[in-house]
Design a protein around this ligand. Structure first.
Ligand SMILES: Cc1cc2nc3c(=O)[nH]c(=O)nc-3n(C[C@H](O)[C@H](O)[C@H](O)COP(=O)(O)OP(=O)(O)OC[C@H]3O[C@@H](n4cnc5c(N)ncnc54)[C@H](O)[C@@H]3O)c2cc1C
Length: 407
């Protein structure tokens, strides 16, 4: 089933397809596997970083930039083209079908940019957004702390106002992509006396020494994609507080609704491809006739289709002008739980081979070992599955709140 989005969108699709064919440098799609399924194992980073240094990628990036196709959903006055959600979904689909990279600006594009657009002043938008588009600012997310993850509103990193500046001091942890970032967006406590949610501010600051140092943390898969960070009296102007002092919770909620929704209409395509690779693996291991394996595979295929239809539902909502709300927790729960289960099915299929790690430095793992190990992280980051279920129950379905333990 496909949604009929009308003749204008059909024309847009054709124009986009033609533009890609006319502008993609030869060999771009072969430089890397741009459509690989999302896993948090950390192995993709290196492959993509190498491909992104190739002159063909640079050429493509420059053509996208001239055509305002980097962060195209952002307002035209800040470097985008104000593309609506439906066209953006079509654009994603066409880039995916052509096997060419979308050239995204990471958390700058997907998380902090949308939050600045909603909660920032005109001056803040004009200053911070173009720097994300050009790649000058690459952001990492400073929400979690050693004692505060799900309990995000309890963060203790201090933000003290000193004249027209704010001074940030504290420790953040599990910071993905810290090594590639030069800026952090962080949720900090700016009023120690206010109730938990009311004393927070959302602050952007340079993520570099001497004010900031960090230590890499090794993941279960052997990769090291996140860090613990030590922030020691970093000073920034009050201009860097988005949404106003002590209004950070609202801004953080906007960030999280974007984080959990993701690229919802194309996400299933990567998972679908990975699913068929697993079917092929089952054939190689002569497990494709095993009735229990067949049941597991059928269940997995159903999971991919559920993601697809959930994506179409979101697209239909976007077409009606609705923004992502608590329903984005359904998207997050669907893909992360699907992927964890798929890793378990895959390990069952490869059998005792799963116990043997390839030789080599830095704890390498096979493809399915990596899916099995790293998919577990998907049910933790961007809010754990338990938290998503609470949100779906309480905010999407309106069920009574579960009793909270006394703190
Ligand atoms: C790969 C990866 C990348 C990450 N990247 C980042 C990043 O870039 N930036 C960042 O800020 N953070 C990042 N995180 C951190 C992530 O957001 C937190 O790990 C997550 O929010 C959970 O917090 P926690 O680890 O403190 O666990 P806790 O909050 O201590 O939870 C422990 C367990 O208790 C359960 N639990 C907690 N509260 C409730 C409740 N109210 N109801 C029911 N169950 C509950 C949880 O579901 C979980 O099973 C990343 C994590 C991972 C694994």
């Amino acid at each position: 089933m496909d949604l009929d989005l009308g003749p204008e969108i059909a024309q847009f699709r054709t124009r986009t397809r033609d533009w890609i064919a006319a502008n993609a440098p030869d060999g771009l799609s072969e430089l890397a596997d741009w459509n690989m399924a999302v896993t948090a194992g950390g192995y993709r980073g290196e492959e993509l970083a190498i491909a992104a240094r190739d002159p063909r990628y640079r050429e493509w990036e420059s053509r996208l930039s001239q055509a305002r196709l980097i962060c195209p959903q952002w307002p035209a006055e800040y470097g985008g083209q104000g593309m609506d959600g439906v066209r953006l979904a079509v654009l994603n689909e066409e880039f995916h079908a052509a096997g060419v990279p979308r050239v995204r600006r990471g958390m700058g594009e997907s998380l902090v940019g949308p939050s600045i657009i909603v909660h920032g002043t005109d001056e803040q938008r004009a200053f911070f957004l173009p720097r994300i588009i050009t790649g000058e600012d690459a952001y990492c997310q400073g929400f979690s702390e050693p004692d505060h993850g799900s309990d995000l509103a309890g963060v203790e990193t201090k933000a003290e106002v000193d004249g027209d500046e704010v001074v940030v001091t504290g420790t953040k942890v599990w910071t993905s992509g810290a090594a590639r970032a030069n800026m952090m967006f962080a949720l900090c406590r700016s009023d120690l006396d206010a109730p938990k949610h009311a004393g927070l501010s959302y602050i952007l600051f340079p993520f570099k020494p001497p004010g900031v140092t960090y230590q890499p943390i090794k993941q279960l898969s052997g990769a090291s994609e996140f860090c613990q960070d030590f922030i020691n009296g970093v000073r920034v102007p009050l201009f860097n507080v988005i949404g106003g002092l002590n209004n950070g919770w609202k801004v953080a909620m906007t960030t999280l609704s974007h984080e959990r929704g993701g690229a919802v209409t194309v996400q299933h395509l990567g998972f679908e491809r990975e699913f068929w690779e697993l079917v092929e693996t089952a054939r190689k291991h002569a497990k494709n006739t095993d009735p229990l394996v067949r049941q597991d595979l059928a269940r997995a295929y159903t999971g991919v289709q559920m993601m697809r239809f959930n994506g179409l539902r979101t697209l239909a909502q976007t077409a009606q002008g609705q923004s992502p709300g608590p329903e984005s927790s359904i998207t997050k729960l669907l893909w992360s739980e699907y992927h964890k289960k798929l890793g378990e099915v895959a390990i069952g299929i490869v059998g005792t081979d799963a116990l043997i790690r390839p030789d080599g430095p830095n704890y390498p793992t096979t493809e399915w070992q990596n899916v099995f190990l790293s998919a577990r992280a998907g049910t933790i980051y961007s809010g754990t599955s338990e938290i998503q279920r609470n949100i779906i129950a309480e905010r999407a379905l309106g069920l009574p709140k579960e009793p909270r333990a006394a703190s």
